[in-house]
Design a protein around this ligand. Structure first.
Ligand code: ZN
Ligand code: ZN
Length: 618
């Protein structure tokens, strides 16, 4: 490229590419200098702007700052706005954008325009306090730019990121004729504050909708966990022939990931390839996440390896997928590779790698990484990291050390840390510590149903029926209700939901017959119901019955009926899998020769030939 620079390019700026190295930048810079372009303020500004906004290359923005600092002529508002804009979103520091705003104010020949405020306000949305954003709002108002649609939509977005829905409403109501930009911002604001019905109402009533409005609505559904609606709306969007962008596909893939809807996720992947939608870092990362959360960690890693560009979130996502699927050792390998490539890990990376260690029982490795995080990378641990460490000790059966670790935490231990200990107490049947952990959780969250259920299961495992009934009574007295179990199975692109004891499915009769068949074939193979976890004070036979109506068994029975032989049954469950369902799944995988993959609240279980990938340890 550079050899042609001297001969062919009439304007060296056209040679600037996102991949240009520092050496190439020097050459382009030199050419501009030689031809006298740098004395031309519009061309200089263009150079600064192109560099500042080429965010794919981390070396370009600092270079544009240097040019600005050493430039003989004073910068234009265009150049300074570009720098503010470049700093308006992560990974750059949004506060730095404000230093260029000051430069605008200090320059006698410049005054801030609507773009200046649009970018300043966008930057403010990423700050931790609303004060600076409110000051930018006041300045925009004072200088007569508060009625610009882009400023207004930026304000709605900013206040919504500070969860200030009153301010969003006030701005929106002050707009005489809201256009598609401000209405779309308001859809985002409604969705962010959980008022998804209002968002949908506004969306339906919009006279004109563009691709960004569709995207805001689909993302809104996806972010609040209403994933089925997200996918439904996406198919309406396609029916209307709206062009689909990379951002929409990220939301679609997120919805597929949460639902564990592999068919639709695969379809979305094929669609991206067919429509030649650029595989950006965000999109690739969403694909990795989708495949991992659907239990296809192999496919996830293929996407990972094929990505031309990766950032720290991509690497973390790959590690998290491996950890979730029980591939702790590979997770560590990926981390080591990342270190070799000199990529700086962040908090999320360490959550993933610590999970990987925990899932594979690699206590010493985990301890080392926890230290490395602080000493080498200067990262202060989040509560999640402490939770991972308690889990690491707990899963390895080192309950005392887990407790000591909690006690040594510099901050107040959160429910996640105590919850990890409680879960370990369940695995290792430690009543005494389990009671302590549950007590601590309830001090922090009086209505935490999971803590009651886990403790009650610990009692049940030790046949301490008095303990079980005490917990039950306490739950009743305090009005704590157990979250109902729900399992989801996707068949031919349609998601079916089953609740515990659910008789509402159109194929309920067939499912009941299949459950009967499973029951006798499993018993012939030596299965015995594990009724310990049934909390009710009922006869054994009744308990067995209650167990057979657990949501994942209904979903598996349905899968056995409708999915052809050889097809894997994939289930996503909202709670942890109980012992009995785990056992039944193992037996079914052998007796019915059927692979079953269950994603529960914590991890994946791959059942095959009578064994589970978690090695009965979850
Ligand atoms: Zn169960
Ligand atoms: Zn398992």
């Amino acid at each position: 490229m550079i050899s042609s620079l001297r001969t062919t390019a009439s304007n060296p700026l056209t040679l600037l590419e996102p991949t240009s190295t520092i050496k190439e930048l020097h050459q382009i810079h030199a050419q501009l200098l030689v031809r006298g372009h740098l004395g031309d303020p519009p061309l200089l500004s263009k150079f600064i702007s192109v560099l500042a906004l080429s965010q794919n290359n981390p070396q370009h923005l600092p270079y544009s700052r240097q040019i600005l600092d050493y430039s003989p002529s004073s910068p234009t508002i265009f150049a300074l706005n570009s720098l503010i804009r470049a700093h308006s979103k992560p990974p750059f520091n949004p506060l730095e954008g404000f230093s260029y705003y000051r430069q605008v104010l200090q320059s006698p020949s410049l005054s801030p325009d609507n773009f200046t405020f649009t970018f300043l306000i966008r930057a403010s949305a990423h700050l931790t306090s609303v004060c600076i954003g409110a000051a930018a709002h006041a300045a925009a108002f004072k200088r007569g730019h508060a009625n610009d649609p882009h400023v207004q939509s930026g304000l709605i977005h900013m206040y919504s990121s500070f969860r200030s829905s009153t301010a969003c409403h006030r701005i929106f109501e002050g707009i005489l004729n809201p256009d598609v930009v401000t209405q779309t911002a308001m859809i985002g604001a409604y969705a962010a504050s959980g008022e998804i019905e209002f968002a949908r109402k506004m969306f339906e009533e919009m006279p004109h909708r563009d691709a960004i409005s569709w995207n805001a609505m689909i993302a809104g559904y996806s972010n609040v966990g209403r994933c089925r609606e997200a996918l439904e709306l996406f198919s309406v969007m396609q029916g209307e022939g709206v062009s689909v962008s990379e951002a929409t596909m990220v939301s679609v893939l997120t919805a597929c990931a949460n639902l564990g809807a592999l068919d639709q996720g695969r379809w979305a992947h094929a669609y991206i390839q067919k429509k030649r939608i650029q595989l950006t870092v965000e999109l690739g990362t969403a694909l990795i996440d989708m495949y991992s959360k659907c239990g296809c960690v192999g496919r996830a890693m293929e996407v990972f390896e094929s990505m031309p560009e990766k950032n720290v979130y991509t690497w973390s996502s790959a590690m998290s997928g491996l950890a979730m699927n029980g591939a702790g050792k590979q997770c560590i390998e990926v981390f080591e590779l990342m270190e070799k490539e000199k990529l700086e890990p962040n908090q999320i990376t360490f959550v993933s790698v610590l999970r990987g260690c925990s899932m594979s029982g690699l206590v010493d490795r985990g301890l080392r990484y926890f230290d490395l995080m602080k000493s080498t990378y200067g990262i202060e641990p989040w509560p999640e990291h402490y939770g991972c460490m308690v889990d690491l000790y707990g899963r390895a059966g080192r309950l005392e050390e887990a407790l000591q670790f909690i006690k040594s935490m510099p901050c107040n231990p959160h429910t996640g840390a105590w919850g990890a200990l409680l879960n370990a107490c369940k695995i290792y049947r430690n009543i005494e510590l389990g009671e302590l952990a549950q007590k601590k959780i309830l001090e922090l969250e009086a209505m935490n149903d999971g803590a009651y259920v886990l403790l009650s299961n610990i009692y049940a495992d030790s046949r301490n029926w008095k303990g079980v009934s005490n917990v039950r009574e306490l739950m009743k007295a305090k009005g704590v209700r157990k979250e109902p179990g729900c399992s989801v199975i996707e068949v031919a692109g349609t998601v079916h939901e089953f609740f515990v004891g659910d008789k509402s499915h159109p194929m309920y009769r067939e499912i009941e017959i299949m459950l009967g068949e499973i029951n006798w074939r499993l018993k012939l193979a030596g299965y015995e119901a594990k009724t310990n976890e049934v909390l009710f004070d009922i006869e054994e036979e009744e308990k067995e019955n209650a167990l057979f109506w657990h949501s994942e068994k209904l979903a598996i029975a349905y899968g056995l009926i409708v999915l052809k032989e050889g097809l894997t049954i994939r289930i996503v469950k909202n709670l942890r899998v109980c012992w009995d369902c785990h056992d039944v799944s193992k037996f079914i995988s052998k007796v019915f020769e059927r692979e079953i993959i269950v994603r529960d609240r914590n991890r994946f279980h791959h059942f095959k030939d009578g064994v589970c990938s978690c090695q009965d340890y979850w």
